[in-house]
Ligand binder design. Structure first.
Ligand code: NAD
Length: 380
C-alpha cells in the first residue's frame, strides 16, 4: 500500500481510518503496522538490567533505518507503541525529503531517564540494536545524551550522533541552524522575490543550541531579531553577545513580526496561537510544530501564512548524522544543508500549483522519492 494515496479522496479516507484505529485502539499490532506500512517492530526485554524497549523500523527502501532513541516514562505500553510507530514513520519522511539514502526508524526505552538510566541498561540496549545487523542505526533523542550513546557504542557500531573524539560528527546544532536559516531565506524569497533578511523582524522562540546559532546568522544579515526563552541566563547570554532584544515568553504570539521561528517545543501552532499570530512566515527548528498536521496545516494556509515544513528545514541534524555513516565531513554536511533552500522553494511551488498546504506538498515529495528510488533498486 502506498504511504499516502495520491488521490485526495482516498487520502481523506485513509486518514479517517487511521484516526479511528488510533482513537478506538482496537487494531492488532500488525494491523497498526500495516496501516502505516511499518516493516518491523522489535520488542526488547531484559530482566537483569530492567530494560524495556521497542525498536520500530518503518521503511528501508532508501537505506538502513536511522532515527534516535527516546527514553521516556510512558503512561502505558500502548503510549510507547504509538509514539515509536509515529516517530519512526516521521523519520522516513524526513530522511527521504532531505535527499538522504537512509530509511526511517526510531527506538523508545520505557523508563525515567533521570532515575532508570545506567550503563548496563544502555549497553544491553546496544546489544539489541546490534542484533538487527545494521538494519537500524540509532542516535540520541529526548532523554538520551551523547554520553549515553558512548555506552551504546560499546556494544554496537550502528550508532551515530557521537562526539568528535569518537570520530563522530559532534554537536549537530550548527548544521541544523544553518538549514533553518536556508529555509527562512527561501521563504522570504518566495514572498518578496528577494531572499535578504535585512530589516525583517524575526522572533526566535527558544535560544538553546539551535536558536543561538540561528540568531548569529540572522544578526550577521542585519535582521531585527527578538528572542524569548524561559531561562533568564540564556536570554541574558544571547542579548549580551548579539545585541538583540528580548521579550517575555508569554508575549511571543502578541508580537507583530515578519517571521515566527519556533526553536523550543512542538505544537506551538494551534487554534489559540493562530488566533493571535501576526506574521507572514513560520520557519523554525522545533519538531512537530503543527499541533494537528491536517487541521493546522490547512488553517495556516487559509490565514495566508507561509509555513516552511519543520521536518524539512530542521533536517540539518539528520544530515550531520548521515555524513557520520558515509564518512564525516562538517563541510559536506553544511553543503548538503544548504540544499534545504532549493527544496523549500520546490515545496512552495508544489503547494501553489496544486493548491495544497505546504506540509502536504512536503509529504507527497517525500513519498514520490521513495517510490522512484524503490523502482531503481529493483534493477540489478
Ligand atoms: P535546546 O534544549 O538546546 O533549546 C531549547 C530552548 O528552548 C532552551 O533554551 C529552553 O529553555 C527554551 N524553551 C523551552 N520552553 C520554552 C518556551 N515555552 N518558550 C521559549 N523558550 C523555551 O534544544 P535545541 O537542540 O536547540 O533544539 C530546539 C528544537 O529544535 C527542539 O524542538 C528540537 O527537537 C529541535 N531540533 C533540534 C535539532 C538539533 O540539531 N539540536 C535537530 C532537529 C530538531
Amino acid at each position: 500500500m502506498p504511504l499516502l494515496e495520491k488521490d485526495s479522496e482516498s487520502k481523506d479516507n485513509l486518514q479517517k481510518m487511521i484516526d479511528t484505529l488510533e482513537k478506538a485502539n482496537v487494531a492488532s499490532l500488525t494491523g497498526r503496522m500495516s496501516t502505516f506500512d511499518h516493516e518491523q517492530v522489535v520488542f526488547c526485554q531484559d530482566k537483569s538490567t530492567g530494560l524495556k524497549a521497542i525498536i520500530a523500523v518503518h521503511n528501508t527502501v532508501l537505506g538502513p533505518a536511522v532515527g534516535g532513541t527516546r527514553m521516556w516514562a510512558y503512561g502505558s505500553e500502548e503510549d510507547a507503541i504509538t509514539d515509536v510507530l509515529r516517530l519512526s514513520r516521521g523519520m522516513t519522511y524526513k530522511n527521504a525529503l532531505a535527499g538522504l539514502n537512509i530509511g526511517g526508524g526510531k527506538a523508545v526505552i520505557i523508563g525515567d531517564a533521570r532515575t532508570d538510566k545506567n550503563e548496563a541498561l544502555l549497553r544491553r540496549f546496544g546489544k539489541f540494536v546490534d542484533g538487527l545487523g545494521g538494519k537500524y542505526i540509532t542516535a540520541e533523542d529526548v532523554g538520551i545524551s551523547t554520553k549515553d550513546m558512548e555506552f551504546v557504542k560499546m556494544e554496537t557500531d550502528h550508532v551515530v550522533g557521537l562526539p568528535d573524539y569518537l570520530n563522530g560528527g559532534g554537536d549537530p546544532s550548527p548544521v541544523t541552524a544553518y538549514g533553518v536559516y536556508m529555509g527562512m531565506k527561501a521563504s522570504v524569497k518566495e514572498l518578496t522575490g528577494n531572499d535578504s533578511l535585512a530589516g525583517k523582524k524575526i522572533v526566535v522562540q527558544g535560544v538553546g543550541h539551535v536558536g543561538e546559532y540561528l540568531v548569529s546568522h540572522l544578526v550577521k544579515e542585519n535582521a531585527e531579531v527578538v528572542i524569548a526563552d524561559i531561562y533568564e541566563d540564556r536570554v541574558k547570554a544571547v542579548v549580551t553577545k548579539y545585541g538583540v532584544r528580548a521579550i517575555d515568553v508569554k508575549d511571543v504570539y502578541d508580537e507583530k513580526m515578519d517571521i515566527y521561528s519556533p526553536c523550543a517545543l512542538g505544537a506551538t501552532i494551534n487554534d489559540e496561537t493562530l488566533a493571535k499570530l501576526g506574521c507572514s512566515i513560520i520557519c523554525g527548528a522545533a519538531n512537530n510544530q503543527l499541533s494537528n498536521e491536517q487541521i493546522h496545516g490547512a488553517k495556516v494556509q487559509k490565514k495566508g501564512i507561509l509555513y516552511a515544513p519543520d521536518y524539512l528545514v530542521n533536517a540539518g541534524g539528520i544530515i550531520n548524522c548521515y555524513w557520520e555513516i558515509i564518512g564525516y565531513s562538517r563541510e559536506a554536511a553544511l553543503a548538503q544543508a544548504e540544499g534545504i533552500y532549493a527544496k523549500t522553494l520546490e515545496i512552495f511551488n508544489k503547494s501553489k500549483s496544486e493548491n495544497i498546504p505546504t506540509y502536504l506538498a512536503a509529504n507527497l515529495l517525500a513519498e514520490a522519492r521513495i517510490q522512484a528510488i524503490g523502482k531503481v533498486k529493483l534493477s540489478y
